[in-house]
Design a protein around this ligand. Structure first.
Ligand code: HEM
Length: 538
């Protein structure tokens, strides 16, 4: 009899445990609606590891501007309208500015990456230091260097148009490297720049969805023995490579600072080490994170822009016409021309809308219960501001799948005339609340300079099929990258618009840009030096 009671109690206990396990992944009461869940996994298996933002936007159509996804025991809340994003991520940013924990990423950066850092005193410390580099007033000082680097961009594309994709990488990386570490990379083959890019690609892949097991959702996965967990080996290797390359750059900065040289960010950070209260390792992380966040975003945007220009010749023709009318052929555009080129500005806004660079922004995390429209966003929930869904909402934008810069000439945010756009802001592409991109001023200047100069100089066409002579259709939606939406390398038929323009570019690169650029040509390789001497003398 006694044995039967024990057996019944054990069976009941097993049932309760099974019930509890199977309840994992179910949507709790009060959460916003969302797609049906499966036991244990919730919606985890429905979230694609590639281009998840597309599925997120489809779900926004099905479930509205706030919906939830269950990933195991965790909750994701996706906000897909300007009002929801403003209310939750901007206005309540005191409670929605954390980042989700990333145990595996921390094996690489020890929690010291500005863009992945938890909302904490550490983040405030990093952000304050970054502000010194990226505040609008400081950014103005970089204008001569940005002008000169974009002149080199014109020169590089003129000389080897087939390598335009790599030239855009160099342009973006070199400039950010120069303002942080006081050292530019003059060629796409510059050895240090190549090494840094390779590590950044590896790190980006490591952070990509599906690249590593979801240990933050199912902590039990952390106990997988290291010999069966290649991702741990990869984390250690990335950490080793990052440490080696940033330490080398930091050591150079230290030597220059000691020698009284150093009109660049890391020199200031080293000089003010006491004020910033950071160790050498932490300074290295600060510099590395800003470099990683700032270099590839710029090139991804410009590569996407070239893709769009080649695909939409009628848009390109309008931009050319405006530039020709305002600037003419005798000189290349400069930053001060921006105000006189409304169509080019609209083109940049539309490129950001159409190919939203960071479609889901970066994940935020709620640090306390937050409410929106009667729904609960529980403490600990991961939050995504689905910028892509906003920019592709047919209620807001006329024919959103058409690339049409004119919409930004019609209304401030490109929305349909008469639509309430009071919750939109032009900086939405740069994220939200206290975590908004600190590099946005720098990025905006780089984008307009490079766009004006490329349009003035070149015509971009789809590549020709060597066998048929016919234009090859470009895929404007093919992309790679874990966070930023970057076009997969593609070919483009690029031609200088006239011999007179080619001459202006050559002179500007050899004469005007040389003195500005050479101030950042530090400790160059022999090959880099020889190349610079030959192109400047030539
Ligand atoms: C077109 C270019 C760029 C775009 C579209 C962009 C977009 C973004 C977005 C969406 C975020 C996430 C904001 C959030 O969590 O709500 C972000 C964060 C960040 N961006 Fe940018 N960015 C660009 C260029 C840059 C540049 C040039 C730099 C620096 C040189 C930079 C540095 C950062 C940093 C450090 C963060 C992390 C901020 C934090 O977590 O507090 N970005 N960016």
């Amino acid at each position: 009899m006694y044995a039967v009671e024990i057996a019944l109690a054990a069976a009941a206990a097993v049932l309760v445990v099974c019930y509890r396990i199977l309840r994992i992944g179910s949507r709790e009461n009060g959460l916003p609606p969302g797609p049906a869940t499966s036991p244990v996994f919730g919606n985890l298996l429905q979230i694609p590891t590639k281009d998840a933002y597309r599925r997120f936007t489809v779900w926004a159509k099905d479930f509205g501007d706030i919906y939830s996804l269950k990933v195991g025991p965790g909750t994701i809340v996706v906000l897909s309208s300007p009002a929801a994003i403003k209310e939750v991520l901007d206005k309540q940013s005191a409670y929605t500015s954390d980042r989700p924990p990333m145990a595996l990423a921390d094996l690489v950066i020890d929690g010291w990456s500005l863009f992945l850092c938890r909302y904490s005193d550490r983040w405030r410390q990093l952000r304050k230091a970054a502000q010194n580099l990226l505040a609008p007033t400081t950014v103005k000082q970089y204008l001569p260097l940005q002008e000169a680097e974009s002149t080199q961009l014109q020169f590089d594309i003129l000389v080897s148009p087939d390598k335009f994709y790599a030239h855009l990488n160099r342009f973006s990386n070199s400039f950010v490297l120069a303002i942080i570490f006081g050292k530019r990379s003059p060629r796409i083959e510059t050895p240090s720049a190549k090494a840094i890019s390779a590590v950044i690609v590896r790190w980006d892949e490591f952070l990509g969805p599906g690249a590593t097991p979801p240990v933050d959702i199912f902590p039990i996965l952390q106990w997988i023995p290291e010999r069966f967990a290649p991702w741990i080996k990869e984390a250690r290797e990335i950490r080793r490579l990052q440490t080696a390359m940033y330490s080398e750059l930091m050591d150079e900065c230290q030597q220059r600072t000691d020698a009284g040289d150093g009109n660049f960010f890391m020199a200031d950070v080293i000089r003010d080490q006491q004020t910033h209260g950071m160790t050498k390792d932490q300074m290295r992380h600060l510099a590395g994170a800003i470099y990683e966040a700032g270099s590839s975003t710029g090139s991804c945007f410009l590569q996407g822009l070239v893709l769009l220009l080649a695909t939409y010749p009628e848009v390109q023709a309008k931009a050319h016409a405006e530039i020709d009318r305002v600037i003419g052929e005798a000189r290349s555009p400069v930053y001060d021309d921006t105000e006189s080129l409304p169509y080019v500005r609209a083109l940049i806004q539309e490129a950001h809308r159409f190919r939203t660079l960071v479609p889901l922004s970066l994940a935020h995390r709620a640090t306390r219960d937050v409410h929106y429209n009667g729904y609960l966003i529980p403490e600990g929930a991961t939050l995504f501001g689905n910028i892509h869904a906003v920019f592709h909402d047919p209620e807001l934008f006329d024919d959103p799948e058409t690339f049409n810069p004119d919409r930004f000439l019609l209304t401030q945010h490109g929305t349909k005339p008469g639509v309430d756009d009071s919750n939109l802001r032009s900086t939405l592409i740069f994220g939200t609340g206290r975590r908004i991109c600190p590099g946005m001023h720098l990025a905006s200047v780089s984008a307009i300079l490079a766009t004006m100069k490329m349009l003035w100089a070149f015509e971009f066409r789809p590549p020709l099929d060597p066998a048929t002579g016919q234009a090859i259709k470009l895929d404007i939606h093919a992309n790679h990258g874990a966070v930023a939406f970057c076009p997969i390398p593609f070919k483009c038929d690029i031609r200088c618009r006239s011999p007179a323009r080619a001459e202006v570019i050559r002179n500007a690169f050899k004469v005007d840009a040389a003195s500005t650029l050479s101030a950042f040509e530090y400790n160059l390789s022999k090959e880099d030096q020889e190349w610079l001497e030959s192109v400047r003398a030539g």
